[in-house]
Write a protein that binds this ligand. Sequence first.
Ligand SMILES: [Zn+2]
Length: 341
Amino acid sequence: MLTAKRIPRPVFGPTAGLLAVSLALIPGLVGDAAAQPRCGSNTVWVAGAQSTDAPVRLLVAADHEIRNEREWTRGLSLVVAEAESLLLPYLGRPLEVVRTVPWQGSVRQPSAAPLLQDLMSSVSRGDADIVVGLVRAYSFQGFSETGARVRGLANYRSAYTVLMLGGPLGDRRTPISEIGSLLAHELAHIFGAVHRRGADLLLAPGGVGTRVDALSAALIGMHRERTFGASGFPLPAPYREAARPLYRKAIEDDPSDLDARLMLARLDVETARYEEAISALEEILEEFPGNLEARGDLDLARSLWRREANRLAFVLGVAGGFMGQLPRLEYLDQRKVGACS
Ligand SMILES: [Zn+2]
């Protein structure tokens, strides 16, 4: 564990209040939130979830260039401590590096998406919660266009993230504070936050701001007990309905934000709103035909929708005494499942 400090317990106290405040700030959404029976105004609004102060366990996979830096593990400790200080008030859990491993991204281009894929396929999580890849093995000429010296990408479902650094840990060009903000930004994505507009915000796209807005704080707080691993949806069931209006608000604020649209569609799948999810994902794929995450989510939504339609057909058939005569599923909306075959 890199830091030993007091662990505030904001989530089921102040953060619940913060969430209530953030929901109250969203016009037209207060009723939705208030309708949730578990959403008390000043108490725990979770049923069944176990609260935890346990550290979030990080496995850090660093490339040869970083591991050759003098005192790189000390630099890493400072980066993680910086990220922890930014997230702790909302997450209520410290960060702990449980292990570092070598990882040399085999992708020969400075692009975050293939690097993240490489990390996910070549480094196993083991007993850690989140895998953080650190890369310096590229020239990163592309960085100069935006002036950015660090760049990152995170995958919400798998809880993997990769950080691409344009210089050594703690270098003048890549200071600890900047890398720490980037790590906090990517971890915030893993804890459910999506991009928000505002230059000083931690969740600004590609930014290295530090301020966490109320909506992001609420989403991070809801995800503090998210699950890590290959199966299941990360956000515990008691939070899913309450998270939907927050993602809707994020989309309203920035309709172009792909992550918020994907998150809402995923929540729709998890809460059995299959038709809404399918429509949203089809729209996303029209705009971004190569988006693999949207494609995977759409396949899942269609197969679950089809299963549900089959179940309904069976129930209707039994109820009507039509077993053997009900014309399979054709009378249900085949448009939604036709593309599955
Ligand atoms: Zn981001």
